[in-house]
Design a protein around this ligand. Structure first.
Ligand code: ATP
Ligand code: MG
Length: 354
């Protein structure tokens, strides 16, 4: 039987989507959607996962579900081609997680580099909820419930994919079966998009760190965030040589700038290499590169913001659509769960003497 192409990806509803999501994962989703080479395409809003470090802030998570859904649709996700679903509305995922938890050691979870980094960033340490440590397992359930084969994500998600593949292998060998395809991560082609830095220079733009440019930000806010972005603290006078590495403006230009932008917004240069060379030599001020970046981002974000304003009038319809999608997804997950239980021998119904 030919392997079906099932795409699954998602985001935590801990805030609105930012430009890191855009380049890290949304842009890839849009191009996959346009190519149309898939049997099914899910985008999962991971509210249950978001609760693993927001248990006392259910309202934040709950209210952001619709925000994230509106962000997807404004960015161009087409609900006719892609099913947006809510994790908590597919309860089978929690049951699958429970069985997978028995196949992963605590030592293995403690070694997950992304989880380690998040524990540090969020200062969790001793106060870390067990659910948070285990979220890579629940993510595996999200992926495997639908038989996903392609998972478009940013770089921080690679350890989660590795964990998922390990769970597949362990499940198959423990229960002597072969029910899950091995999923593959799909990273952006442009390496600069794998992990976009925060406006403060922090290694990752992240909703939880407050260093984001959001897709919904108003034009003045975008401009102000760019003007305040971290550059090179030793580049004080325009004539000073500047550093490109670790400079947030250049990191964003690496991710968003195309040669055509120079013709339109900064015709003195042919491409980014020339701009970088001038900055390194000295004689190029931060304001100029920031205004250039501002032009590029404003052009990208304007249509997204406009579409959002219209979608904000249709909240009920959007909720209905994602609830309906989640119900259908739940049927698929039920089927997977039944196969799992059969493979495990958890088949009590066989004791019935009918
Ligand atoms: P949180 O701070 O709540 O973890 P987040 O900003 O990290 O939020 P997630 O919902 O955890 O966002 O991530 C959703 C998807 O977006 C993942 O595929 C992740 O790899 C990608 N992503 C998130 N932040 C970035 C970034 N700064 N650069 C590239 N991709 C990113
Ligand atoms: Mg994250």
């Amino acid at each position: 039987m030919e392997q079906k192409k099932i795409i699954l990806t998602g985001d935590r509803p801990t805030g609105n989507l930012h430009i890191g999501h855009y380049v890290g994962s949304v842009a890839n989703r849009l191009s996959l959607q346009e190519k149309g080479d898939f049997d099914k395409f899910y985008i999962l809003i991971a509210d249950t996962q978001a609760l693993t470090d927001n248990a006392d802030n259910v309202d934040k998570v709950k209210n952001n579900v619709i925000q994230v859904a509106i962000d997807y649709l404004s960015a161009g996700i087409d609900p006719k081609k892609v099913d947006i679903i809510i994790q908590s509305q597919v309860p089978e995922l929690a049951e699958m997680t429970m069985y997978f938890m028995n196949l992963v050691t605590v030592a293995r979870l403690n070694r997950n580099p992304t989880v380690k980094e998040e524990i540090k960033l969020r200062g969790l340490n001793a106060s870390m909820p067990a659910g948070f440590l285990c979220y890579p397992i629940s993510q595996a359930a999200d992926i495997l419930a639908f038989g996903s084969t392609i998972v478009p994500v940013g770089e921080d998600q690679l350890p989660m994919l590795e964990q998922t593949r390990e769970i597949v292998r362990t499940f198959h060998s423990t229960y002597d079966c072969d029910i899950f395809p091995l999923p593959n991560a799909l990273l952006p082609e442009n390496k600069a998009c794998h992990r976009l830095v925060g406006t403060d220079g922090n290694a990752k733009m992240s909703k939880s760190l407050g260093n984001c440019i959001f897709l919904k930000d108003e034009p003045e806010v975008v401009k102000q965030k760019i003007m305040n972005a971290y550059t090179d603290p030793n580049h004080i006078k325009i004539s000073d040589p500047g550093k490109v590495e670790g400079n947030v403006v250049f990191a964003y230009l690496d991710a968003f700038c195309k040669n055509e932008h120079f013709a339109r917004f900064l015709p003195e240069y042919a491409n980014l290499d020339e701009l970088k060379a001038h900055y390194r030599r000295g004689g190029l001020g931060d304001v100029k590169i920031k205004l250039f970046l501002n032009n590029i981002l404003q052009e990208l974000l304007a249509p997204i913001r406009e579409k959002r304003k219209k979608l904000e009038q249709n909240v009920d319809e959007i909720y209905e659509m994602i609830f309906e999608n989640s119900k259908k997804a739940s049927e698929i997950a039920k089927n997977t769960l039944a196969k799992m239980k059969d493979a495990m021998g958890l088949d009590y119904y066989k004791f019935l003497k009918k």
